[in-house]
Design a protein around this ligand. Structure first.
Ligand code: IPD
Length: 277
C-alpha cells in the first residue's frame, strides 16, 4: 500500500478497480498512439513553431493527439482531457487524462529515437496510472499508484545508491532563450558538484530512465503537466524521491527526482543554485 508522511493512503475497492481499468486503457492508448507516431515519422511531416523558434510541433503531434482524444471519448465520453496540442475538456466524471502525443518533438523531427507518447490518468485530481511508450525502442514504462512501476513486465526499483560527487544527472531546458541562459548557469555550477550530466531530450523518458536506474537523478525547471504526469508516477512507484525547490512538491517550477540515497544532497544543491525561483 502507498504511504505518505501522514500514513497510508486508503482507496475504496471501487476506486481500486477503476484505477486498474484506467491503467490498462492508458497502456492501450500510449502504445496505439506510439504506433501512429512511428508511422508518421516514416511517412514524412510538416514542422511548425509554437512559443519560440525552437519550440516545434509537427502534424504528427496533432494527429496523434486527435486520435487519443477520439479513443478516450469513444470509450469514456464524460472524462476530462488536457493535451499538449490544445485538447482541453472539463471532466463530468471523476477522471481526467493528461496527454503528450509526442514528448521529445525536437528529437522526433531529427530522427533521434528518443521520443515517447505519455499518457497519465487522474482520478479525483490525483494521478493514479500512467504509461510512457517509446515507439522506436518498443519500451513501455507503466505504473499504477500503490502497485509499483514496470518496464513491460519487469519491475523497476530506481537507481543505484550513489553520492552527489559520482551521480549522473539528467536535465532539460525550456524553449525561452532567457530562461535557457539562466538554466545553463545552474548546470555549469552543478557540474562541479556531480559526476556528469545528460540532456536526452524527452522529459517523460528522463523520468523513466531514473525509474530504470539509467540515470541517478533528473531535474528540470518549467515543465508542463503533460511532460511529467505519467513519468513522475512511474519514478515514484519505482521507489525514488521527488521534490520541487526548498521542500515544495514537484511541479511546473521544478521537478527533481533521485534515488533515496542521492535525493537529499541533490535537492539541497538544486535549491541553493535556484535561489531566485
Ligand atoms: C519537451 C521535452 C524536453 C524538455 C522540454 C519539454 P516536447 O517536450 O520533454 O526534454 O526539456 O522542457 O517541453 O515539447 O517535446 O513535448
Amino acid at each position: 500500500m502507498e504511504t505518505t508522511a501522514g500514513g497510508p493512503i486508503r482507496r475504496s475497492t471501487a476506486d481500486e478497480a477503476l484505477a486498474a481499468e484506467l491503467a490498462e486503457f492508458a497502456i492501450e492508448l500510449a502504445e496505439g498512439a506510439g504506433q501512429l507516431a512511428r508511422a508518421g515519422a516514416r511517412a514524412g511531416f510538416d514542422v511548425c513553431t509554437k512559443s519560440s523558434a525552437t519550440d516545434v510541433v509537427t502534424e504528427v503531434d496533432r494527429n496523434v493527439e486527435r486520435w487519443l482524444v477520439e479513443q478516450i471519448l469513444n470509450r469514456r465520453p464524460a472524462d476530462g482531457i488536457l493535451g499538449e496540442e490544445g485538447a482541453e475538456r472539463a471532466s463530468t466524471s471523476s477522471v481526467r487524462w493528461v496527454l503528450d502525443p509526442i514528448d521529445g518533438t525536437v528529437n522526433f523531427t531529427l530522427g533521434l529515437p528518443q521520443y515517447a507518447v505519455s499518457v497519465a490518468v487522474e482520478l479525483n485530481g490525483v494521478v493514479v496510472a500512467g504509461c510512457v511508450y517509446n515507439p522506436e525502442s518498443g519500451e513501455s514504462f507503466r505504473a499504477r499508484v500503490g502497485h509499483g512501476a514496470f518496464l513491460g513486465d519487469v519491475r523497476l526499483f530506481g537507481p543505484r545508491d550513489v553520492d552527489l560527487a559520482r551521480a549522473v544527472v539528467g536535465t532539460g531546458f525550456g524553449y525561452d532563450a532567457g530562461h535557457r541562459a539562466a538554466q545553463a548557469q545552474v548546470v555549469a555550477r552543478l557540474l562541479g558538484q556531480i559526476g556528469d550530466i545528460r540532456r536526452l531530450g524527452a522529459a517523460s523518458l528522463d523520468l523513466c530512465a531514473v525509474a530504470a536506474g539509467r540515470l541517478d537523478g533528473y531535474y528540470e525547471v518549467g515543465l508542463n503537466p503533460w511532460d511529467y504526469a505519467a513519468g513522475l508516477l512511474i519514478v515514484t512507484e519505482a521507489g525514488c524521491q521527488a521534490s520541487g525547490l526548498r521542500g515544495r512538491g514537484p511541479g511546473e517550477a521544478m521537478v527533481a527526482v533521485a534515488g533515496r540515497e542521492l535525493a537529499p544532497a541533490l535537492f539541497r544543491a538544486l535549491s541553493e543554485l535556484n535561489a531566485d525561483l
